[in-house]
Design a protein around this ligand. Structure first.
Ligand code: DGY
Length: 325
């Protein structure tokens, strides 16, 4: 029997491309040429090969127009990411296309980047590194680059899912007190002593450190706006490893300039890879290039998980493990 055609939109780790090529008539993107950001081009390529499946990633644009333009041969879209705000799920449902993601396997790696940003921001590690690299460091000084200690501070975790809870576990090791805000209160075995807040206001007022783990999309767009930033204690530290769109960049930049926010650490950006120009002129913000899941082991695990989902749908006709639509 002919292997199903699979459109792979991005360059993937070698073991994943090898597995895709073994089990599918796989059309790879070895140069990572950027057509994946153009939904019409994805649809055109899927039609050209009669794709049964699409293996895409965060940053690809599978909006409603793209999904409507896909050929009828497409039965499954597997994204190589836990987030799926780049795929119009309603349009996929309307077409009967199953959509899957890759949860769990990137939890530790993403929480590690949140912790990295938290520590770099509060301890001014980015500034220090720039000082040394610019060969401007003249030696240890009692008042040089003084940061804030996380020990004994309140860490507010916005979105207490797998990644938020893993960060909580790590931050407890730093001696931080964990507070959280989520749609509802979690059972005690998941809370592990973290303090739930029923309102944004009490949560933000408590958060000397704020770490954001919100999904993307309209519901969370510019959630952290000037009004909410004003509720944070003066000198707060803000970290975002969720989606860039949930921060109002103008408001955060103003708060970083005024000192109301002591420092921020960002891994995700609204409209990335574009980054608001205002951040570049600020010393007190750490800017990472969306590294959340970027470890060799994690990216392999994400690729296998995405292919496991495609195999279930396209090779065995079974329900996939990680269906989101
Ligand atoms: C995800 O998985 O959603 C990340 O943002 C990409 O690693």
């Amino acid at each position: 029997m002919a292997k199903p055609a699979l459109l792979v939109t991005r360059k993937l780790p070698p073991a994943i491309e090898a597995r895709a090529a073994r089990d599918y008539d796989a059309h790879l993107n070895p140069e990572d040429a950027p057509w994946y950001a153009d939904g019409a081009e994805i649809a055109r390529r899927a039609a050209a090969i009669g794709a049964a499946g699409i293996l895409c990633a965060a940053g690809d644009r599978l909006d409603a127009a793209c999904i409507r333009a896909l050929p009828p041969s497409v039965k499954a879209i597997a994204t190589f990411s836990v987030g799926f705000d780049h795929i119009d799920l309603a349009a996929a449902r309307a077409r009967g296309i199953v959509v899957t993601n890759t949860p769990e396997v990137l939890t530790e790696a993403t929480a590690q980047i949140a912790l990295t940003l938290l520590l770099m921001a509060c301890r001014r590690a980015g500034e220090g590194e720039r000082l040394v690299r610019a060969r401007r460091w003249t030696g240890w000084a009692p008042t040089q680059l003084l940061g804030l200690t996380p020990e004994g501070k309140r860490l507010g975790i916005l979105g207490f899912g797998r990644i938020g809870r893993t960060l909580a576990r790590m931050a407890r090791g730093l001696g931080m007190e964990i507070h959280y805000r989520d749609l509802q209160r979690l059972p005690p075995e998941l809370e592990q002593g973290a303090i739930w807040h029923e309102s944004d206001e009490s949560f933000l007022r408590a958060s000397q450190f704020l770490s954001m783990h919100m999904p993307g999309g309209e519901a969370t767009r510019k959630w952290l706006n000037a009004e909410r930033i004003a509720l944070l204690p003066r000198g707060a530290v803000v970290v975002n490893t969720g989606r860039g769109g949930s921060v109002d960049d103008e408001a955060l930049i103003a708060a970083l300039r005024s000192g109301h926010v002591f420092a921020a650490g960002l891994d995700v950006y609204d409209g990335e890879p574009r980054i608001h120009e205002g951040y570049f002129g600020l010393e007190n913000v750490v800017l990472l290039p969306h590294l959340g899941s970027a470890t060799v082991e994690t990216r392999d695990a994400m690729g296998h998980r995405a292919l496991d989902n495609l195999d279930a749908i396209l090779l065995r006709g079974e329900p996939p493990r990680d269906r989101v639509a």
